[in-house]
Design a protein around this ligand. Structure first.
Ligand SMILES: Nc1ncnc2c1ncn2[C@@H]1O[C@H](COP(=O)(O)OP(=O)(O)OP(=O)(O)O)[C@@H](O)[C@H]1O
Length: 251
């Protein structure tokens, strides 16, 4: 499998605090990579670095290299809007915009210059189908997205991310605010989406990592302790600290 992103010697500081220490990871395309580890170990920081969301935080310093395909994402001429279009993000808490379901999905394509109604209709339908929520909302596209259930809102947010045709979806604990049924729908959806997209997901739920991911990265205090095939890591972890974490001895 080809690697869609390669991370070399990545370090990140928030002011004086180092949150990531010499991280080296290759992310294979069209697969699911899970990031696990105890609270504060740097999972979200790492995830947000992949599409330069940390640029928005004051006082961040980053060294090392992150490549998306051939593109050095920190190069001065990198078009950050284009990068974020190709590497979309889904957050922990569903965050639909306070507007109609249709407009939530059409928002991104419109900002990228698509105005044609038929084209927007097509994007809205395809994105909602892609996020496995079309049948539930097709008769209420003009209704507010805020009237949907939490699980529906999260699939709407995934549809919104899909609408700008990304290659990678970054998901930061996308099911932690959801009930078990909505969670399993998102997990099924993630497994379907990896046929077309690459997914990197932060999760505190180890069973979730086992159920859906192909490879897992275990972080501890800013270090990447172990990274490899998920089944293998959970069956025979190489590092004692990984074993302690996945067997529930800490974290
Ligand atoms: N904006 C920020 N400014 C300063 N320090 C931060 C900021 N964001 C995160 N940190 C610090 O960086 C470290 C890593 O945080 P991060 O949120 O990446 O961890 P995490 O593994 O995702 O945690 P959790 O599982 O609780 O979400 C922590 O020590 C945290 O306090």
């Amino acid at each position: 499998m080809n690697n869609i992103m390669t991370v070399k010697d990545l370090c990140l500081w928030y002011g004086q605090t180092q949150a990531l220490k010499n991280i080296n990871i290759d992310i294979p395309e069209k697969s699911i990579t899970a990031l696990i580890g105890p609270s504060g170990c740097g999972k979200s920081t790492f995830l947000k670095t992949l599409n330069r969301m940390n640029d928005l935080v004051q006082g961040v310093k980053i060294t090392g290299e992150v490549k998306y395909g051939d593109m050095d994402i920190f190069a001065p001429d990198t078009d950050v809007n284009k990068l974020r279009k190709e590497i979309g993000m889904v957050f922990q808490k569903p965050n639909p915009f306070p507007m109609s379901i249709y407009d939530n999905i059409a928002y991104g394509p419109r900002t990228h210059g698509i105005k044609n109604k038929a084209k927007l209709d097509e994007i809205v339908e395809n994105s909602l189908r892609g996020a496995a929520i079309w049948d539930e909302v097709k008769d209420r596209l003009k209704k507010s997205a805020l009237g949907m259930s939490g699980g529906q809102q999260q699939r709407l947010c995934i549809a919104r991310a899909l609408a700008v045709e990304p290659k990678i979806l970054l998901m930061d604990e996308p099911t932690s605010a959801l009930d078990p049924i909505s969670t399993s729908k998102i997990e099924e959806l993630a497994s379907e989406l990896k046929e077309k997209y690459t997914i990197v997901i932060v999760t505190h739920n180890m069973q979730q990592a086992v159920r859906i991911s192909d490879q897992t990265a275990f972080f501890l205090l800013g270090d990447l302790i172990e990274y490899g095939n998920t089944e293998k890591m959970f069956a025979t972890p190489e590092d004692k600290r990984t074993e302690d974490y996945i067997t529930g001895r800490f974290g």
